[in-house]
Write a protein that binds this ligand. Structure first.
Ligand code: TYM
Length: 336
């Protein structure tokens, strides 16, 4: 039988707290869409998570929770490699090598590093600065051609591409240069419900700004009811002029699968109250089966642990091939 070689795809999420519908729309939903076309590797990025302070027991719980969520959202463990980043030591090993071709200036000017340094001024550590190099190692280890992420990761993806090309130029063809997969107009950047000029983020101090994947129906309806709109009354997509309403329309569009134009039509002549209620109900209806399935999987500990064990073994096999190649190219003695 002819073997079909699919291109590889890598993406990850940090198990650093509640997962928001921003993470779902910008990342997980697209993973599910792409999993038949690509050979996929998906990880819980726990090595990344410890660049800000984590409580150990909570990090362990969040990691298991996140993997159950991936599966509950439709990421199929029969088709994809699902694993915990720290289970595959090659991620740290390749990071070290890539560090030797990365310049401090490239890392200190990263927007996310600057933001996080400001937010965690008491804990500006080397890991926080080196975060994008670890991310490049994640991607390059699997020779990923495609990396589905939200728009906030674009700058990090550019560094991954630069490092792949720099290494290839210096040592000869080794890495696939990855392409980001970022939704074009809507969905790549879901905004805070409380302040639509800011990205929806799990680290927002105001819990009304984000909807988590485990929020219950009442919470979801309440948060949407409070969502900031504008003093106009027209449900129209105009991100510059009407950022709050446009963000809600985007969310409604993603969860209903209707075009933005059809979404606008649904609310022609209706007020913001009806609109916000409909968006809330749509999101609550879409999340309910995911929440149920996740609750079921959390109880299937052996099943989940098997997936993660298999995943780490499969990931290790692919990662090891790349790492061996890298070690050979840079001149590490192998004893042969
Ligand atoms: P993280 O955990 O911050 O976010 C996970 C994914 O969710 C996307 N995202 C959003 N998309 C749309 N709207 C939003 N408001 C929103 N907020 C977050 C992020 O872009 C991301 O795709 N560094 C990564 C994790 C990572 C990774 C990797 C990603 C580690 N190694 C290698 C890709 C490839 C991160 O912190 O994601």
């Amino acid at each position: 039988m002819e073997e079909i070689h699919k291109s590889k795809l890598f993406s990850a999420i940090q198990p650093s707290g509640a997962v928001t519908i921003g993470n779902y729309i910008g990342a997980i939903k697209n993973w599910v869409r792409l999993q038949d076309e690509y050979e996929c590797f998906f990880a819980a990025a726990d090595l990344h998570a410890i660049t800000v302070k984590q409580e150990a027991a909570q990090l362990r719980k969040n990691t298991f929770d996140l993997m159950a969520l991936f599966v509950a959202c439709g990421v199929d463990p029969e088709k994809c490699v699902l694993f915990v980043q720290s289970h595959v030591s090659a991620h740290c090993e390749l990071t070290w090598v890539l560090n030797t071709i990365t310049y401090p200036g490239e890392l200190s000017r990263m927007t996310q590093f600057k933001d996080k340094s400001a937010r965690h001024a008491e804990n500006v550590n080397m890991g926080l600065m080196d975060y994008p190099v670890l991310m490049a190692a994640d991607i390059l280890l699997y020779q990923a051609a495609l990396v589905p992420v939200g728009a906030d990761q674009k700058q990090h993806l550019e560094l991954s591409r630069d490092l792949a090309m720099r290494f290839n130029n210096r040592y000869g063809e080794t890495f696939t240069v990855p392409e980001p997969y970022i939704l074009k107009d809507s969905g790549a950047r879901i905004m805070s419900l409380a302040d639509p000029s800011k990205k929806m983020s799990k680290s927002d101090e105001n819990p009304n700004g984000f909807i988590t994947m485990s929020d219950d129906r009442d919470t979801i309806l309440r948060k949407f009811k409070r969502a900031v709109t504008d003093s106009d009354s027209q449900v129209r997509y105009a991100p510059e002029e009407k950022p709050g309403v446009s963000n809600l329309l985007t969310i409604y569009h993603v969860f209903t699968g209707k075009s933005i134009a059809d979404c606008e039509k649904d609310f022609a002549g209706k007020g913001y109250g009806d609109f916000k209620l409909a968006v809330g109900e749509t999101v609550a209806d879409a999340l309910a089966p995911i929440q149920q399935e996740k609750a079921r999987l959390l109880k299937e500990k052996d099943y989940m642990n098997d997936i993660l064990k298999q995943g780490a073994e499969n990931a290790f096999r692919t990662a090891r091939r790349t790492l061996s190649k890298v070690y050979r190219k840079v001149g590490f003695y192998s004893g042969e």
